[in-house]
Design a protein around this ligand. Structure first.
Ligand SMILES: Cc1cc2nc3c(=O)[nH]c(=O)nc-3n(C[C@H](O)[C@H](O)[C@H](O)COP(=O)(O)OP(=O)(O)OC[C@H]3O[C@@H](n4cnc5c(N)ncnc54)[C@H](O)[C@@H]3O)c2cc1C
Length: 482
């Protein structure tokens, strides 16, 4: 009897799962396997929101497997040791898994491959979480893309594979005495007491989020995506894509059938702009895979010399949502409470931390990784480097958002700010983003005055960059509010 293991990592689903399907299809007995890895659980950039999402998704995965007659085997330890043990116990000669492109995952998989090889077991890794891997798209000169627009053009020129069917039931059931650890009832047992709200997790939630978004909102995505008070203006699929409770092939198939029903150019545009965001996800994954130094420093290494002079107290005020800039504080309080933040707000707070508070983007990056439910090295690193102006983006470092005008533009009524900063409830809309100008903000409100002056800090930021880069060649812009 041929026994194959499927090792789950960032693919916590039974549908449209390449390696799981291969292991199920090609064997007489499937051993679905998950391993708690302390190197991940104890890493400084892992936090409770993500661990909770993982745990809830695993519960859902275990239930879904059970409903088909399979049994998820869970162990805790070093994956290379646990997999060797499991293969000896089960007699498996093949372990299937879906590729993960992060530096830690690559090293781990190499260790696992070597350990299994000694046992005569083959580790078969599959492409699954992306449509295009890091060397699939090459420029005319044979290099990998480092600029998004040509990458995106090349990405779109090739076909997208169709989703795979869900696996079927077991051909042979697993013996009842094969040990599996029970899943812990909460994240505290995993070293991460939960302080945030629970984000909907698991394969079914992912499908619901996808269906709701493509059926009701994708057509107006181009404009709706910039308004953080609009809870359904974006898909909220990021954590699902991060943990693989839905696959990108399924997402793209749903998008393509929605786009086919568009009746106006604006609707087509909405669908295309959303596709572009999904391509950004793959762009940053290939940047990390091809340029792993970004995990340790700036994509353009000359920016590692920047002298960040921001005070620790400023960083603390930013984390606590107490900077005196309402849109920044509302966003940071939302992050602390829910583990999620709207993309427009991520850009605003990241730019504020780096360019107003002059705190290194890497401190912000680490805080986000710990706090976000969708914390993903590639996307987070790309977003921070973009905001700080040291990444792949051709946009100049002197693009500096003004937090007041960003608030006025993207939260014009102050709806989002009032939701998260109750101290500002009574401030009228025309002053909500600069409440220090409002006579209606009594000092007893407890809301702090701005901790820095934007204009002064903007000048200091330009000086900091110019000390490394020299004067900008193009005419210096006041700011950009894209
Ligand atoms: C400073 C900063 C940090 C970020 N950190 C993360 C992170 O840790 N994890 C993460 O998934 N995204 C991150 N992003 C990207 C983006 O903010 C989130 O993907 C998005 O807000 C998630 O909401 P959504 O699922 O509703 O997105 P939608 O607008 O519905 O987009 C659909 C999907 O496309 C992908 N996507 C969208 N925008 C981007 C982008 N700019 N870069 C890469 N992928 C994108 C996501 O998978 C997202 O779920 C970050 C952006 C910035 C500026």
């Amino acid at each position: 009897m041929k026994t194959d293991v499927h090792w789950f990592r960032r693919d916590l689903r039974i549908s449209d799962n390449t390696a799981l399907h291969a292991a199920w299809y090609g064997s007489d007995r499937l051993v679905p396997f998950f391993c708690w890895d302390d190197a991940i659980l104890k890493a400084p950039d892992v936090g409770p929101a993500r661990v909770a999402f993982l745990l809830r998704s695993l519960e859902s995965l275990a239930r879904n497997l059970e409903s088909l007659g399979h049994r998820l085997i869970v162990r805790h330890g070093r994956p290379e040791e646990e997999l060797v043990r499991l293969c000896r116990e089960t007699g498996a000669k093949e372990v299937h898994t879906n590729r993960d492109y992060e530096p830690y995952a690559r090293e781990r998989d190499l260790r696992v491959h070597t350990a299994l090889e000694v046992e005569g077991v083959l580790l078969k890794s599959h492409r699954d979480s992306v449509i295009r891997e890091e060397r699939d798209l090459l420029s005319k000169t044979g290099g990998v893309y480092t600029v998004f627009t040509p990458y995106s053009r090349a990405w779109r020129a090739l076909p997208v594979p169709a989703p795979l069917p869900r696996i079927g039931g077991p051909r042979t059931a697993l013996p009842a005495d094969w040990v599996s650890l029970p899943l812990p009832s909460d994240t505290e047992a995993l070293g991460h007491p939960l302080r945030q709200e629970l984000f909907p997790a698991g394969e079914r939630s992912a499908r619901q989020a996808l269906d709701t978004f493509v059926e009701h909102r994708v057509f107006d995505y181009e404009t709706a995506r910039n308004h953080p008070a609009d809870d359904t203006g974006t898909s909220r699929l990021s954590a699902h894509l991060r943990f693989g409770t839905v696959n990108i092939r399924t997402v793209l198939e749903r998008l393509s059938s929605a786009r086919a029903k568009a009746t106006t150019p604006a609707q087509v545009k909405g669908a295309d702009v959303w596709l572009s965001e999904l391509v950004w996800r793959e762009f940053y994954i290939q940047i990390l895979a091809n340029h792993p130094h970004v995990a340790r420093g700036a994509f353009r290494p000359e920016y590692d010399a920047l002298q960040w002079s921001g005070k620790d107290a400023w960083f603390d005020a930013w984390v606590a949502g107490q900077t005196g800039y309402p849109i920044v504080d509302a966003a940071m309080r939302c992050l602390a409470k829910t583990g999620w933040m709207h993309n427009r707000l991520r850009m605003i707070v990241a730019m504020f931390l780096t360019k107003d508070l002059l705190v290194s983007w890497q401190r912000g990056e680490r805080h986000f990784m710990r706090a976000l439910v969708d914390g993903d090295l590639a996307a987070n690193n790309g977003g921070w480097q973009w905001s700080a102006g040291c990444g792949t983006d051709a946009a100049p470092y002197f693009r500096i958002f003004n937090p007041v005008s960003q608030g006025e533009k993207f939260d014009p009524e102050g709806t989002f700010v009032r939701r998260w900063v109750p101290e500002l409830r009574d401030v009228p809309a025309d002053r909500i983003h600069a409440p220090w100008e409002s006579p209606l903000l009594p000092s007893r409100s407890g809301y702090p005055p701005p901790i820095v002056d934007h204009d002064v800090q903007r000048r200091r930021c330009l000086d900091m960059f110019q000390a490394v880069k020299g004067k900008p060649k193009a005419a210096e812009k006041e700011e950009e509010t894209e």
